[in-house]
Ligand binder design. Sequence first.
Ligand code: PEP
Ligand code: MG
Length: 872
Amino acid sequence: MAKWVYSFEEGNADMRNLLGGKGANLAEMTNLGLPIPQGFTVTTEACTDYYAKGKQISEEIKEQIFTALSQLEEKQGKKFGDTESPLLVSVRSGARASMPGMMDTILNLGLNDVAVEGFASKTGNPRFAYDSYRRFIQMFSDVVMEIPKSFFERILDEIKEGKGVKFDTELTADDLKEVIVRFKAVYKDKMGVDFPQDPKEQLMEAVKAVFRSWDNERAIVYRRMNDIPGDWGTAVNVQAMVFGNMGNTSGTGVAFTRNPSTGAKGIYGEYLINAQGEDVVAGIRTPQPITRLEEDLPECYKQFINIAGKLEDHYRDMQDMEFTIEDGKLFFLQTRNGKRTAQAALQIACDLVDEGMITPQEAVLRIEAKSLDQLLHPTFDPEALKSGLVIGQALPASPGAAAGKVYFTAQEAKTAHEKGERVVLVRLETSPEDIEGMHAAEGILTVRGGMTSHAAVVARGMGTCCVSGCGDISINEEEKVFELGGHVYHEGDYISLDGSTGKIYDGDIKTQEASISGNFGRIMGWADSFRKLKVRTNADTPEDAANAVKYGAEGIGLCRTEHMFFNPDRIPKIRQMILSRTVQEREKALNELIPYQKGDFKALYEVMEGRPVTIRFLDPPLHEFVPTEKDDIDDLAVKMMMTAEEVQEVCDSLHEFNPMMGHRGCRLAVTYPEIARMQTRAVMEAAIEVKQEKGFDIVPEIMIPLVGEKKELKYVKEVVVETAEKVKQEMNSDITYHIGTMIEIPRAALLADEIAEEAEFFSFGTNDLTQMTFGFSRDDAGKFLNEYYKKKIYESDPFARLDQSGVGQLVQMAAEKGRKTRPDIKLGICGEHGGDPSSVEFCHKVGLTYVSCSPFRVPIARLAAAQAAISN
Ligand code: PEP
Ligand code: MG
């Protein structure tokens, strides 16, 4: 018979997967002989069994729960539903990874009409007993039966008003009896049956409710944001109640062994005398700092400090503890490794190394790689955020916090910024000419677009907060107004964005600047010494490249050359090239582009000081570049000596139904080899000149995008080689160079062995590879993916976190096939996944040479690569 239930005495800290974090720690604390109210844990496997059986708890599990219950009754010398000495329990969730506040808790379970009398006489405090019972009815109804809280709150308010009192605490025992009668009537009215009087029935319903809460909407969102798999399930902890609200020698509180905001060593926390946990949370009374406990209850304080120290030593990490004092006796209800800010995480990790508690390897593992975002981008002031009103939710496209006045065009955003205003740019979607407005903005909000859409990619590169794909917005860009969550915003109104969670807030929420401490350098230094993967950056401008080098980039893994024309001065030039109708026209346009490209490449080579730079040849999805605004079309007509109608005609002829699968990437160079010729010339001349002028050892890496067939690559490669050799001869240089390709079309992955015959390196373009493997558009998938998460079809955004089982298989296969043909082939990844920790771990396992990501994610990738190397 499988074992589904463990008493606290039977478990230990290593059984986290089975007992959940809370259950494993309660068991461990029991083993350490600490004062823990006893109880038992129903395992996470019971939870998955519950779901497997169509949301049913099997008879076997039920039996084991009741057996554990009898044992608990015996231990406590109390009985469930007893008239004299009733056993009351709390029922709490506890998953493998802590998910604070995401799932359900029920307190005071076991009370009924009879037990409440026993409880009243046992405690000698009828008021307290009736108050506990009414709280239980309320919580059970709300959490287990999903009867809205408001029904109960209304009754409480009515009775308080009738009695002429303001606070719950002013109600007498008799008042509370009346409350109970009315609460039970609500229950009967809503459920059609009486409030359950059998504590065992209460318990089973509560266990089911906790299991159910594993799949509530907020838990699903939390899991997606924190990479927690949906099939882990939650355990349920059933624990004897202790009461902190039994008078002035009782109390309850929460404390940390180190400050969770700064990491400073020393007990930090708060407590309330004569209160239950929910009072602390409800914020009706102001808690005291924990140090006041020394005056109130000195013995308890001494014992508390002593145990807190023991727990930190035992777990070798900062602890977050919940405790209750019942009539002068201290109990620990929970301990866990405390959540902390990134700043605090670095401080604590470094301190623990200095205190000899952990090794540098462990210190590196202790920092959550994603949390480094907090150090490199502004965040909201935590106090200010508490009163923030969320008006909408979108994709967290680029991290950081932003607050500013709404502007609807890039030009207006830029002008307002120049006047010293803080600006949030709100667009249906962004396009290349928005670049300056995006630069000027504190934050960008777009209605359309996914994690790899134009706005997202560009914003991440610049380090600007961006929240994208907010389908709930209705926007009128012409009239400069949008509506979201029942609020209407005009130009100049304030909103705030959290690019790390995707939340959109009403008004101007205070932000705080990013700050990097010496601890950051120390941890990153350790990380670098452990990692095997190299970390490069995706950068298209010298500024971005310089930023990335500052954050530790070891090269450029992707320079998107079409992005070098994202600038109002330059974009007409690339448009001219795209709209050319003859080779002559195109060559003329290209000749104008060469000086820009060469200048840009030289600047990049100079900033990178000899580090490798992969330059990807033009890959403009036409819908991002073909002009749509009348002004732009008129402007282009003048430049190209055409009529506006003619330009419009060419634009129309270029229209594609599926631009992402359209005439882009190497397909452009196959049709118009002069483009590859121009780009090769620019790359080679720039490299040779910088090499000669600055003495850097430059080996150009030319990357051909969107290849699906060896002959396609071979064709473009021949154009490149012919031009490169010509330039070398002209400039009398013996510079070496490499030609490689992106693997971003499934066919290329399948035929990677053939493609490696022509390619000296592969870089996995996992944005397109994901798009084409799943068959959904990287720009539009956000519109329906939410439904997929809700229905648990997909757990995470495949454009943010590499789909290891599908797309990952293609990556792994292509890597193996590539190595078979060319054992020394260099393998990298330059899709947005290159900066996602779980995807980086995958890249480590597959044995890639490097990952490449946007500049601000370079530290995340360095840390994640080290963590992968240490744990694998
Ligand atoms: C990719 O497809 O993953 C990639 C890096 O190229 P782009 O995002 O420019 O299409
Ligand atoms: Mg691509």
